[in-house]
Design a protein around this ligand. Structure first.
Ligand code: UD1
Length: 368
């Protein structure tokens, strides 16, 4: 190809930005590619989006679709309409989508209809729980994508079982950890814990935002009671997702939780301060996908408050355990007493995934 191949890198929501950033840096350094960032605007608050762009050295998006929040159909449809116009205005040679958010599936669907080749980064993960919107997004994206970049062998196996031809599947490893290694120096130098007054006691990091945990009054009430009891044993710092804050307030739980000694409810943090907190934490309590992986990489006990995970390798090889809401306190005790798997880093979780993606894409555009 005589001109550089135009690649659209699609970023939409908080968990996407640390997957897009290493690939942006690697592709931008390769003259075979001209890269443009497309931000769908699914996340739009400064602390859910802009903080990540600046921490991760991402440029201003070349295209901003400003879709905002809405029902699943509204959000997905708005991304489709807006991205179709962008793709028709300047047709990319390849589009890269990441993760499993609504924008991921929406863009894959647009590309499939326009016959634009799509690569899916973080392909093949399955929770086998279609009540999770992300599972539907994963299935739709993977059936449409031309190139499936997987983080772990279970991803390859899931795709093969679904009939995806082997030549479309490439295991590249876990790109999240490229971001961590890119910013390790700043993360280790950051003193987010001291700024929050943590230090005298061990502390845990809490993130909860899944509809299954925060949208139901009884479930969230039970979780709040467990967190308050756990705060007897260690400090808990809880950066609160906008959805969760809204639900805590709606159920009248916010002030009780915020007023509990040992619990600090704070605004969502940027990537560097958040990872700085995590690296020094005694444990994490979460329903996030990414944090299950980051804690496995760092060897920190992770209590995942979900009935299943699309990232089983964090349990079989790492430090993750699935925990029922009612058993949170008991599991916190076990983690603090050292009764927890030590774990190891899965293969190819090495901070060099972006390079493997670039090599893969070079082969596909015929410049390998
Ligand atoms: C989305 C993803 C989820 C991911 C999560 C990380 C889907 C289906 N879900 O969930 O997989 O783990 O992002 O955060 O794509 N809001 C704001 N400001 C923002 C963004 C959202 O206030 O910048 C509020 C709005 O009230 C919105 C609600 O949060 O309605 C939910 O946002 P949405 O993007 O629909 O889903 P998330 O729960 O963030």
């Amino acid at each position: 190809m005589s001109r550089p191949a135009l690649v659209h890198l699609v970023a939409a929501a908080r968990p996407n930005f640390m997957k897009v950033a290493p690939l942006w840096h690697a592709l931008a350094a390769d003259p075979a590619f001209a890269v443009q960032i497309v931000h769908t605007g699914q996340h739009y608050d400064a602390n859910m989006s802009d903080a990540f762009f600046s921490d991760l050295g991402l440029p201003e998006p070349h295209h901003h679709l400003s879709v905002g929040s809405g029902t699943h159909a509204e959000q997905t449809a708005r991304v489709m309409i807006a991205y179709e116009a962008v793709a028709l205005g300047g047709r990319p040679d390849w589009t890269v989508v990441v993760g499993d958010v609504n924008s991921t599936a929406a863009v894959a669907l647009v590309c499939a209809k326009l016959m634009i080749p799509v690569a899916h980064l973080e392909a093949g993960l399955r929770s086998r729980d279609r009540s999770m919107p992300e599972e539907v997004n994963r299935l739709v994206t993977d059936v449409l994508a031309d190139l499936l970049w997987t983080p772990s062998p279970d991803g390859d196996e899931n795709l093969r079982r679904e009939g995806v031809p082997a030549e479309r599947i490439e295991r590249v490893g876990n790109i999240m950890l490229d971001s961590f290694e890119l910013l390790r120096g700043r993360i280790e130098a950051d003193d987010a814990g001291a700024r929050l007054g943590l230090g005298a006691r061990r502390y845990g990091v809490v993130t909860l935002h899944r509809p299954a945990n925060v949208d139901d009054r009884d479930t969230l009430t039970g979780l709040v009671a467990q967190l308050r009891a756990a705060a007897d044993s260690l400090d808990l710092v809880f950066p609160v997702h906008p959805r969760t804050r809204k639900q805590l307030q709606a159920f009248g739980l916010h002030d009780t939780l915020a007023g509990t000694p040992g619990i600090r409810l704070i605004e969502p943090l940027g990537y560097v301060p958040f990872m700085s907190l995590v690296t020094r934490a005694a444990l994490a309590i979460t329903d996030s996908g990414g944090l299950q992986e980051e804690t496995t990489y760092l060897g920190i006990p992770c209590l995942t408050v979900r009935p299943n995970t699309e990232r089983p390798i964090t349990i079989s090889e790492g430090t993750n355990r699935l925990v029922k809401p009612a058993e949170l306190l008991e599991n916190v005790g076990q983690a603090l007493d050292g009764h927890w798997p030590a774990g190891r880093r899965p293969a190819l979780w090495d901070g060099r995934t972006a390079g493997r993606c670039v090599t893969s894409l070079r082969q596909r555009i015929g410049v390998a």
